[in-house]
Write a protein that binds this ligand. Structure first.
Ligand code: SF4
Length: 381
């Protein structure tokens, strides 16, 4: 006889049941499932598996607000140039910014440079080993200190970035909101899950667990379309893709115009750049193409159009030639004072702290090249 009782039917149902939002997570089971998945699915990244706290620090700083794909090359280039904390501390700031150029959020590079100088002068060029001590250093906050302490030194402390926050809110069925209460809840959950063991027999349980949590959020528990059917903790998840996605932030659009002015120096070429003031609120001390007022470019045809996104703003950029049949006179429309304008040899551009936008424009215009760029007759003096 076939039983019709509810409990027996549910037991025979092959589909995993969705845990209730208030169900307590089995931390040991969660960690086991997560680590089994991580061992076979973790992406190979140059900062993984290295035993150098400086590299962990560098990768964590670079990864803040920046995609992994954009970080890998910059990370390798930065390390080639500044392989140690001492090498970084001894470099001039302009060289550090030039090497960082293209990654954006230049304050990160400035702070790392200052902290490397502080460590060199005050602590023998060595990073402290605990999150509490790391947090006392300039530019190292809660997230970075926990990441360095757990990944490089095995401290049992949870690392909570945007990816981990998303995973834990979905897993527990809490709304994805950015409130202090939600942050405190996530921090408590993350701390309850992190393994308590320190490094033993070469295994860094806490560091690996934290990296696995971030990897899950970055590769499967995606902000818009999570890949739940591939998720190692699917059976423990309350929402399984049925969460409410928070609306995207409003994207702003801004037009911007810049001047490209080139001149020959014998066989070499120079380009006119503007140095942003040291006290500028954005990208101080960086070089860019001289900005043009929008009313100066009316009815003129640009050399280049491009879109450049910075946080929540899309800049629709046009670059105009200083000289040429249609554009003569634009050079005088640049509002910058003479002392902020500099002629720079194009073969020196790679060593300059350029803004990401300037680098992108100069590369697209074939001005920033290893060899002498071929200049259209209309834009060379
Ligand atoms: S099942 Fe889906 S929503 Fe839940 S943690 Fe996994 S990827 Fe995220």
């Amino acid at each position: 006889m076939v039983s019709t009782s509810r409990s027996e039917s549910a037991d025979e149902d092959p589909r995993p049941r969705t845990p209730s939002p208030d169900a307590k997570l089995d931390a040991a089971l969660f960690r086991r499932k997560l680590m089994n998945w991580y061992k076979s699915h973790a992406r190979e990244l140059p900062w993984r598996g290295v035993n150098d706290p400086y590299r962990t620090w560098l990768s964590e700083v670079m990864l803040q607000q920046t995609r992994v794909g954009a970080v890998v090359d910059h990370y390798k280039k930065f390390l080639r140039k500044f392989p140690t904390i001492l090498a970084l501390a001894l470099a001039p700031e302009s060289e550090v910014l030039a090497t960082w150029s293209g990654l954006g959020y230049y304050r990160r590079a400035r702070m790392m440079h200052k902290t490397a100088q502080f460590l060199t002068c005050e602590r023998g060029g060595v990073l402290p080993t605990t999150a509490a001590e790391l947090r006392t250093l300039p530019g190292i906050g809660e997230y970075t200190s926990a990441a360095i302490a757990s990944i490089a030194f095995g401290e049992s402390i949870a690392v909570v970035d945007g990816n981990v926050e998303r995973v834990l809110l979905r897993l527990t069925g809490k709304p994805e909101v950015k409130t202090a209460a939600a942050r405190a809840f996530v921090q408590r959950k993350a701390s309850a899950l992190v393994p308590k063991r320190r490094i033993s027999e070469g295994l860094n349980a806490a560091g690996d667990h934290n990296q696995a949590m971030m990897e899950l959020g970055a590769t499967l528990c995606l902000p818009r379309n999570p890949l739940c059917l591939h998720c190692p903790v699917y059976s423990m998840c309350t929402t399984r893709g049925e969460h409410v996605t928070p609306p995207r932030g409003v994207q702003l659009s801004r037009p911007a115009a810049y001047l490209l002015s080139l001149r020959k120096r014998g066989t070499l070429t120079e380009v006119l750049l503007e140095l942003r003031a040291d006290d500028a609120s954005l990208m101080p001390g960086m070089y860019e193409l001289p900005p043009l007022p929008l009313d100066a470019i009316q009815d003129r045809e640009p050399l280049l159009r491009l879109r450049h996104a910075i946080t929540n703003t899309n800049y629709y950029v046009q670059v105009f030639a200083a000289h040429g049949p249609q554009d003569s006179g634009l050079r005088h429309a640049v509002p910058a004072s003479k002392s902020d304008l500099h002629w720079v040899l194009t073969n020196r551009l790679g060593a300059l702290p350029l803004t990401g936008l300037a680098r992108k424009a100069l590369q697209r215009l074939d001005v920033m090249a290893v060899n002498l760029p071929k200049l259209p007759a209309s834009i060379a003096d």
